[in-house]
Design a binder for this molecule. Sequence first.
Ligand SMILES: Cc1ncc(C[n+]2csc(CCOP(=O)(O)OP(=O)(O)O)c2C)c(N)n1
Length: 368
Amino acid sequence: MLSADYYNLLIGQGYGPFTGVPCALVKGLISHVEEAGDSRYFIASSEGEAMGIAGGLALAGRTPVVMMQNDGYGNAINPLSSLQLVYHLPALLLITWRAEPGAKPDAIQHHLMGETLMRLLDTFNIPHRLIEDDLRISEEQLRQAKSYLDSEGKPFALIVRRGIFSDGPRSSSKADPAKPIRLDYINVLAEEVGESSILLGTTGFTGRELQQAIDRPGTFYTAGSMGCIGSLGLGIATENSDRIIYVLDGDGALLMKMGTLATIGHYQPANLVHILFDNGQYESTGGQPTVSRSTNFTMVAEGCGYAGTEIVDDLAAFRKFIQAHRNFDGPVLCHVKVQPGTLPDLKRPSDGPVELRDQFRNFLGIHG
Ligand SMILES: Cc1ncc(C[n+]2csc(CCOP(=O)(O)OP(=O)(O)O)c2C)c(N)n1
């Protein structure tokens, strides 16, 4: 089914505005909503926040649509349980089904949510249907959902399986071959950081690039737990005060849990170097914009107590920053303004999460 046709059905039945956090399975649909260009799509920094926006829209008399990955349903549960379901505020949830049991194998971080999604919805008494690859059925489904939303005033979920929307996203921004991409910066890190240092990569392309490009012990990356790389770094940093911890973050991920800047600033880990790769988008899910262009990250970090910050947009300045902060003078933040782009053959790591954990602990000298 074409996203444009589905979008027209939604609009035709009075749904909207839209909000959410992207998943690659709805990248075409998000593109269509964004391109409608009349502020119908609110870029939320987390799915929980999207539920808040939807709650406000519903209070204001609208029928909001919230798009999210099943991973993000975890973030949505708190406001769902204590906002939408308590105040009876309608919302149509479009939830993508990563790691659907029996379907094509999917990344490990999706397995538990893939297996339990329907049960989680049932536990909350949220009615749910699978979207069918058929416009006529979809039209009827949306009509039934709307009638539930209007009469009950509570959320209704439609589940998006892989391949339901057949079109891709709009063409992503052209990479300028003269300008460095994130991987070029990661390669500088590989040259500059000491052997005892630790490198942590956020979910999505960053962590995968880190695993693929830097063949050294002492690296760890999170698949999933989006936004948690900074707090994970804080936990490691406090237990390893003799090592420098490099936290490789993304703009989407940092925005999702921006409170982490305040927590790090409060605890002042002198050995934490926070590197923010800001490409202005959720590149790993199809290049949808984040709100980073209107956010001054260095100012926020400074306001939260970071000892130093810098904005860089070339490799020489980045190298200088890394060289200048090897002396446990953190926490410091390097805001790297980078253009999108990754390896054409970017792989998912062959090591499983438990192997990765054990290798990392081994590097730290923790055995058994
Ligand atoms: C809670 C949650 N919501 C959504 C996703 C889907 N997701 C995976 S990576 C990613 C984009 C991350 O964006 P950013 O941190 O800016 O890094 P980039 O992809 O641009 O390198 C998203 C939305 C997820 N894994 N978890």
